[in-house]
Write a protein that binds this ligand. Structure first.
Ligand SMILES: [Zn+2]
Length: 465
């Protein structure tokens, strides 16, 4: 295997305090050997010890672990920038429930390709996705997600989150889609499978139990929305007598690894249940703002030792897939909530975006920090960009200063999925051209003409000035 030495003015490793690897190394370097990180240290030491290694990166660059996007929906890949005048439940009714029945594999593939390109450009190397649609028996859509991630060279944790309430079908076709997605992921290089559960109100009790049973029997983790809005907590208490977190615990969900997206409205008991059961949280600051859902109690969760990562959330609820925007927003939202500039530091947001996300997904032994033996997933920020000409503090430079324009190289599994700012494996123009007619078709099939300008129909529900 050939070795590559990636040089930087700063290497931010996100290694935990008890690691032999320092958290930040000035004039550092990372040695890649095949798909793994072989060594992390100063450039001078590693260059002397490995003279045959190919050197890449520059003396002013900043190298970080690949970012771990802990929550998103490739199923929304063709409906960005639409319907932001709604709060969550209205948005689900007016937009998502209309799109769900007409999601097909070609649309899944085309949407994932568009959004995956954006993620790579902002330094994401792992995307935890929940594809939300209605199953079409015999025609699974979700393998299109895995196919696009394979072609892009982007690591995926893939799940399917649907629901059977008022849908006219039971759990069986959903579980068939699980089988199709799991088999495709098992045969892939980059994707692993989880059981998806959209949110409690979309499942009958029988389907809820069957989903948990599928995860327990197969040894799979679960990816679920929890307490995104207050209405969800109220509805769950009226129906089950418990919060969603309490109901999840009582029905055995926490027997498997769970990542709970949002967790905005978790009370003290809920937080303690998370801590006691090792539940991870995906915090989605931008989507919580767009849908006016609230501000998650991130500091309280982290104080209990609960791993919290950052998610971009779906292309229809963020609407950008830029991870750097989400990481910056996490720090800003925490500061606005407490009206304290010390409420969340740039370094804390950075750690949530890297090792925190890996821990929330229980993948910290493989990804999330730059330490010998881990997967070679990393980001190189361009130190020659005017934006990064003067790095007074490398964490602030990454979290508050840099944008996706500064993302120069992205390595996934020891290979360049993005080089000099361009995706290496797919033709971007072709991906855009493929997606456009499918998006127009989707708008027509879902009856979204009044929300979308794509088909040329007059809009009657645009944002108010
Ligand atoms: Zn979501």
């Amino acid at each position: 295997m050939s070795q590559t030495l990636i040089r930087a003015g700063w290497v931010l490793t996100a290694a935990p305090d008890d690691s032999a690897t320092p958290a930040a190394i000035r004039d550092g370097a990372v040695l890649l050997d095949g798909d793994r990180i072989a060594a992390v240290g100063t450039f001078a030491d590693l260059a002397a010890a490995h003279p045959a290694a190919t050197v890449r990166g520059g003396a002013n660059d900043i190298v970080t672990p690949g970012f771990v996007n802990t929550h998103g929906h490739f199923s929304e890949g063709l409906i960005t920038g639409i319907g932001s005048q709604y709060t969550l439940w209205e948005w689900l009714q007016e937009l998502i429930s209309r799109v769900n029945p007409v999601m097909t594999r070609d649309k899944a593939y085309a949407g994932t390709m568009l959004q995956g390109i954006q993620m790579l450009r902002s330094g994401v190397t792992t995307a935890n996705d929940m594809f939300c649609s209605d199953p079409i028996p015999g025609e699974p859509a979700t393998p299109g997600v895995v196919q696009a991630l394979e072609e892009l060279g982007l690591r995926g944790v893939v799940s399917f989150g649907s629901g059977d309430v008022d849908r006219g079908f039971g759990p069986a076709p959903i579980l068939e889609e699980f089988d199709a997605l799991r088999e495709t992921a098992d045969a892939s290089r980059y994707s692993t499978f989880r059981v998806g559960m959209s949110s409690i109100g979309r499942y009958t009790d029988a389907a809820w139990d069957e989903h948990i049973g599928y995860a327990v029997d197969g040894g799979h983790g679960i990816h679920v929305h929890v307490h995104e809005v207050r209405e969800e907590v109220t509805a769950a208490r009226q129906r089950t007598g418990r919060t969603v977190v309490g109901h999840a615990e009582a029905t055995g969900m926490f027997r498997v690894p769970v990542i709970a997206a949002h967790s905005v409205w978790v009370d003290r008991d809920d937080r303690e249940r998370y801590a006691a059961n090792g539940v991870g949280v995906a915090h989605n600051p931008v989507a919580n703002g767009i849908l006016a859902s609230g501000i998650a109690p991130v500091a309280e969760l982290r104080a209990l030792g609960i791993p919290v990562g950052i998610g971009v959330d779906g292309p229809a609820s963020n609407d950008s897939q830029d991870f750097l925007q989400a990481m910056k927003s996490a720090a800003l939202l925490a500061r606005i909530r407490d009206l304290q500039a010390t409420a969340m530091s740039a370094r804390e947001a950075f750690e949530m975006g890297t090792i925190g996300g890996a821990q929330a997904l229980r993948m910290e032994h493989e990804i999330g920090s730059l330490e010998p033996g881990k997967r070679a997933d990393l980001v190189v920020f361009d130190g020659e960009s005017p934006t990064l000409a003067n790095v007074h503090d490398p964490y602030q430079a990454v979290v508050f200063v840099a944008g996706s324009h500064e993302v120069k190289d992205v390595w996934v599994d020891g290979e360049l999925s993005l080089a000099d700012g361009e995706v290496t494996r797919v033709d971007v123009r072709e991906a855009v051209a493929r997606a456009r007619p499918l998006a127009r078709q989707l708008v027509a099939e879902a009856g979204l003409e009044r929300l979308s300008a794509l088909t040329g129909a007059p809009l009657d529900d645009t944002e108010r000035p």
